[in-house]
Design a protein around this ligand. Structure first.
Ligand SMILES: [Zn+2]
Ligand SMILES: [Zn+2]
Length: 241
């Protein structure tokens, strides 16, 4: 097939298939689509038969985020496919990765956001397509939803390590700083985007910074990928991110 000659999967190098471009069929098949998240605790594995929240203690773990959506689960091969997308983005791979399931679009439109903004990326470079993966996702969502994209926060002075360099509790204790200025109405409905949620610390801390600069409206978090926590990691504590 001509596409297989023209395109090699950016993740594994296999020939790309027409219906999975630019990735190969197997890599696209390995992408784990996230189910709808529990509206109370934001967990992808909470909804039981009677849709009752199993971990209500986690309800304020991401405060002030008021609701949350995720496109993929960061498990197994999904994580490595998304990581290679982040490293080596192109128009075609953006289009494939941003093909979200119906329930994600439903959650986003039901929230009725008026603005899209995102967690600023400390290490995104000007030459990256559309200002880095998180901003590219935000701009894509803004276009699809027909609302403006605004950059509300910028990375503050670096105090210690990148979140990606740290593990577990060190991540939670790592002080993250942002600076910003409120350029939207304080009570607007805001879609707040991040690429990957692992502990939830960056998402929560950045949303708290929105409150600190005077933003008072509801915040719907949207993550491209969300790490699924093992049951054993979940303790009944409101500090659980
Ligand atoms: Zn592949
Ligand atoms: Zn729940």
């Amino acid at each position: 097939m001509i596409c297989e000659i023209l395109f090699r999967c950016p993740h594994c190098g296999e020939g790309a298939a027409l219906n999975s471009l630019p990735f190969c069929k197997r890599c696209v098949g390995n992408l784990l689509v996230a189910p709808p998240l529990c509206p109370k605790c934001f967990s992808p594995n909470c909804l039981g038969v009677d849709a009752k929240c199993e971990r209500p203690w986690a309800a304020d773990g991401l405060s002030p985020i008021t609701s949350l959506s995720a496109a993929y689960l960061l498990q197994g091969k999904t994580f490595s496919v998304l990581k290679s997308w982040k490293k080596n983005r192109a128009w075609l791979s953006d289009r494939r990765i941003f093909r979200f399931s119906e329930h994600v679009w439903r959650a986003l439109t039901e929230f009725q956001p008026e603005y899209v903004s995102c967690v600023p990326q400390r290490f995104s470079r000007a030459w990256q397509m559309g200002g880095g993966p998180t901003e590219a996702l935000s701009r894509f969502l803004a276009r699809r939803l027909g609302i403006p994209f605004v950059q509300l926060l910028s990375p503050g002075v670096r105090t210690s390590f990148r979140q990606g360099e740290l593990q577990g509790t060190a991540r939670i204790q790592n002080p993250i700083t942002f600076e910003g200025q409120l350029t939207i109405p304080p009570h607007a409905r805001l879609l707040w985007v991040d690429d990957f949620i692992t502990t939830g610390h960056t998402l929560r801390r950045s949303a708290q910074c929105l409150r600190e600069i005077g933003f008072l409206g509801p915040i719907h978090g949207m993550a491209l990928g969300m790490r699924m926590r093992h049951r054993a990691e979940e303790a009944p504590s409101s500090n659980n991110p």
